[in-house]
Design a protein. Sequence first.
Lengths: 216, 414
Amino acid sequence: MPADVTTALKEKFPQVTERASADHPAVDVPLVDLIAVLSYLRDGQGFDLLMDLTAIDWAEGAAPRFSVVYHLYSTAKPGTYVRVVAPCAGTEAEPTAPSAVEIWPAANWHERECFDMFGIKFQGHPDLRRILMWDGYPYHPLRKEFPLAGIETDLPVADIAEETGTKVIAAPMAGGPFVASPGEINLTEAEPRAKDESWSDRVARPDQTALRQMKE
Amino acid sequence: MATELSFPDSAAKAAAGAQAAPAEFQTEKMSLSMGPSHPSTHGVLRLQMELDGEILTKADPVVGYLHRGDEKIAENMTYNQFVPYTDRLDYLAPLANNMAYAIAVERLAGLKVPPRCEAIRVITAEMARISAHMMGLGAFGLDVGAWSVLLYSLEEREKLYKLFEELTGARFTTSYTRIGGVTRDIPDGWLGRVNAFCDQFLPILEETLKLLTRNKIFMDRTVGVGVIPKDVALAYGLTGPNLRGSGVGLDLRKDKPYSGYENYEFDVPVGTTGDCYDRYLVRGEEMRQSVCIIKQVIAKMPDGSWYAPEAKRIFAPPKEKVLSSMEELIQNFMIVTEGPQIPAGEVYFEAENPKGILGFFIVSKGGGVPYRLKIRSPSFCNLSILQKMCVGCLISDVVSILGSLDFVMGECDR
């Protein structure tokens, strides 16, 4: 019964509020109660499978800037899901959330991915390293301020970088995703080839001349 | 005089010996990197191993070599534009990925597709399952030294690809579904050819499985190897054949039916011990069940439209209408430039894909572009267990385990 999970949660944790959702029952949980709520859902409500753990960036300056989202599934009651959302604490540069690895080992890689993509520090995580990007990569790519084309950075391997003199460069955006913003009168601004134009047919590839001079 | 001790196998004996040995006989631990270009890592997985002799004392999977930033890309394009990117997740079953993504967006938009469209999607998804499992089986056989299985499986996959090509125009990256429907109706006589494929496929499947099921070498390398107990499989979020091999009968086609799966009868095979052999048996049986589903769909293929008529603001209008009618022309222009207008909300949809459960979590603030799109990829979750289960194994067991987990790095790294 979908309504029962939220009712039971609200009875046990009065701080929990219902969250608007198009499909599964969903709740908003304050960050301090997150681990208690997740443990209760696993042990008291039979949500034994952590399906997904991710984060949402609510844009620069928003409060909260980041939320963590958990999707739990119950094998005891087949076909029932619950979505748990909690706002992150900490600063915009270094948001924090408690780690759920103790409850589900499955959270380990998911939390590493969230740290990699958003920079969320999961407190209590046994091994919080980057997972998809390489160690030492300086940015968190899924943050809203990170451009689609990428930002020029050093190659992960220092000796190759030194020998070749190359860097990880921003991707060309020519022919990239075509997105229009409604309500713009100036058509070239309303319909750019891509929102991000750090390298396109109209904007030169960054640092081309510097690179060429170095080779010569 | 040496004490006689009994050990279950040579690996346990060696491990016990290494611990009992005095300091001067302790072997030096060796670190070995397997992959990212290694035939048994099925793409670009890298296993950073620490070895004591031939026994792993530590395994750290390094993923991300195929990371393309699909989630970032999704935030920068319209819902329809993202369909081809879903092909490149699990590139061995693009039709199933297309379907999962389309249903997720349809749930968000509150769309219901007609029965014919659902039936077409079920046929294609099950064909994709057969093709993916055939490939997985062939690669698994190859990993443990059974060459001939791959030859059989590639031939069957080729026949399926011919059918895919006829239906979608592409063999590999199909991009067949659209939000609210599919790209085109099934061609004349295609269902008959799928039926004929099923008829000839069943005996070949039995023949192929016979090459492995009672094969002494294959059994020696898989029975009792890489055992994942039920509770561990659940704790690590395993899904698909890997979870069912451990004895958990979770199959979303049965437990939370989508796209009309509740209309078809099929069984969900589960394993008992959760070793590599069980996972192989589960995949073999799933292919038989897929054939059974396809035959049922063909028998009761409904007539009618193959796209939702109320999908007007999502589905591009028919080309001849765009060229002849003003309203459709404007609508086509709006859909192409601004994208289909999807209401604000959050939706999480999961589909039972060949590799496991593929989920899409979409956050929309309204408009034509998703605000956040998260892909829950089964291979990523299935691989996270390697860190735990490889410790204490022999290197040759790692090869069996990787083969039996049947992962795709395109999906893992996204």
